[in-house]
Design a protein around this ligand. Structure first.
Ligand SMILES: *Cc1c(COP(=O)(O)O)cnc(C)c1O
Length: 316
């Protein structure tokens, strides 16, 4: 049997062939010797409209990772992160020789707002909701407390589609807020590398001003537009994944924390055990004795559940 990959929080569903043909059609009819439209205003407008905003509120990039790199690179000072969280924040900070202030999450994985509030000299604060790898969402009131410090703040919402918890309206009240989202997870487009930021117009404009004019290639930006036109398929897949997440959680509760994302944080490091049995889960470098399981297709999840049930039994 082929190995099963439940390690990178990817969408288990590829983009349907009928939708891929729309990109092929575009490829046939598009001059590839020309640069893309400068700044990609069409894409930004389309993302903006999808969110009930306009293009002025949006910045897009080669994955939200590129936007993290851009924003962190411009922080020019200490960066507050809430650990354990997405490893790329400290990776980029280190690349730029900036110090990260690691504020440990509380025991229930909520953020320690009092400690964050005490870091008045930080140049950037990064929040992640739902947080990777803990899977919980941050309380809105906690986010607002942090935003009230008036320090530039990234709210990474890569998994928002699986939580239903939206914070977009906060950009009207807080011009220091940059919400990051991605086409990599819910939209099944990890291979194309498209992410975007949402902010009030002046913040978004400031950030766009730091980008090169041709920041995404023709195909990635077109594919993002095509998927926005086919949002119903995204919704179908998201619903499937949420239903499966709840089913997997019910079955392996003893070993798993609940989650608002497309993955479950496991209470032990079962990487070696799962790998021996053909299933890849994620080892967590900054969380010893834990691991992370991405929600896959039903039949993949069945195999993972069976293995984990056996594991739990063998311990008892
Ligand atoms: C997967 C993930 C991203 C997405 O990265 P892309 O570069 O857009 O693929 C961003 N933030 C977090 C927390 C993630 O887990």
């Amino acid at each position: 049997m082929d190995d099963i990959f439940l390690d990178k929080n990817e969408n288990p569903f590829d983009i349907p062939e009928s939708i891929k043909y729309q990109l092929l059609e575009y490829i046939k009819n598009t001059a590839m010797n020309r640069y893309p439209e400068k700044g990609l205003p069409h894409l930004l407008e389309k993302i903006g409209n999808f969110l009930g905003l306009n293009g002025e509120n949006i910045i897009a990039g080669n994955g939200s990772d590129e936007l993290l790199n851009l924003i962190i690179g411009n922080a020019k000072g200490d960066i507050v992160i809430n650990t354990p969280t997405f490893e790329m924040y400290s990776f980029y900070a280190k690349n730029f020789d900036y110090n990260t202030i690691n504020i440990p999450l509380n025991d229930d994985f909520s953020i320690d707002t009092d400690s964050i509030l005490s870091k008045k000299n930080a140049k950037l604060i990064i929040l992640c909701s739902p947080n990777n790898p803990t899977g919980n969402i941050i309380k809105r009131s906690d986010i607002e407390k942090v935003l009230s410090m008036n320090i530039p703040t990234i709210l990474d919402c890569a998994y928002l589609d699986f939580s239903g918890e939206d914070y977009i309206d906060l950009i009207d009240d807080y011009d220091n807020l940059i919400i990051l989202r991605t086409f990599s997870k819910a939209f099944s487009m990890a291979g194309f590398r498209v992410g975007y930021g949402i902010a009030n117009e002046s913040m978004a404009k400031k950030l766009r001003g730091k980008q090169s004019p041709f920041y995404l290639n023709l195909l990635s930006s077109k594919m993002a537009e095509i998927m926005l036109d086919n949002y119903s398929i995204v919704q179908e897949h998201v619903k499937y994944i949420i239903d499966e997440r709840e089913r997997v959680y019910r079955n392996i509760k003893d070993l798993s924390y609940p989650s608002h994302a497309n993955f479950l944080l496991l209470k032990e490091d079962i990487y070696d055990y799962m790998r021996k049995n053909g299933v890849y889960v994620r080892k967590l470098p900054f969380m010893e004795n834990k691991s992370r399981l991405t929600i896959g297709k039903r039949e993949e999840n069945d195999i993972a559940i069976k293995l984990i049930e056996d594991y739990i039994q063998s311990r008892e």
